[in-house]
Design a protein. Structure first.
Length: 167
């Protein structure tokens, strides 16, 4: 597993906590991709759970870096409908998500920005609008977010195929 992280030019991280409702979107998308899709050999897809910071830190200090990183996550943005898929830039990540992306007081958002600017790693973030994230443990996605999984997988399969042929 760790070898693939450092040897594949394209990495997909599914982020989130499956114990807290819609926050589990990223891991669910990765599970569906791995079960139902054949990704190009150049792609490594991983359920990062709530530990993306560790992955990004390892990548940031490694000589081997991917050309492209895709991040799949659930967010809350005013004016969007639950289950809506959209792409964000690193700078558009909601402030409350910065805590999810932190590693020992050094935000992973900064790691992504650094890799994108200094290492020329392309970073793309596919987000889904949550219906809710419960205050207590409650596994399972809302119906609206669950219905977005196939479209997210189709988008990722298309985009990683394009990225893989752009080598």
């Amino acid at each position: 597993m760790i070898d693939e992280l450092f040897s594949k030019p394209i990495v997909i991280f599914g982020c989130g906590n499956t114990l807290f409702g819609d926050d589990g979107f990223g891991p669910e998308v990765i599970a569906r991709l791995q079960q139902e899709y054949t990704l190009p050999d150049q792609v490594y897809a991983v359920d990062a759970g709530t530990g993306i910071g560790s992955y990004l830190f390892d990548l940031s200090i490694s000589e081997a870096k991917p050309r492209c990183i895709f991040i799949v996550d659930a967010v809350s943005q005013p004016g969007r409908r639950p289950g809506e898929l959209f792409e964000l830039t690193i700078d558009e990540m909601p402030r409350e998500k910065s805590a999810d992306f932190s590693l020992h007081q050094f935000p992973s958002v900064n790691l992504l920005q650094e890799m994108q600017s200094e290492e020329r790693v392309k970073v793309r973030i596919l987000a889904v609008q949550i219906r809710e994230i419960p205050d207590e443990v409650r596994p399972g996605l809302s119906a609206e977010v669950a219905q977005s999984i196939p479209a997210a997988c189709t988008w990722l399969a298309r985009e990683v195929k394009t990225a893989a042929t752009d080598q």
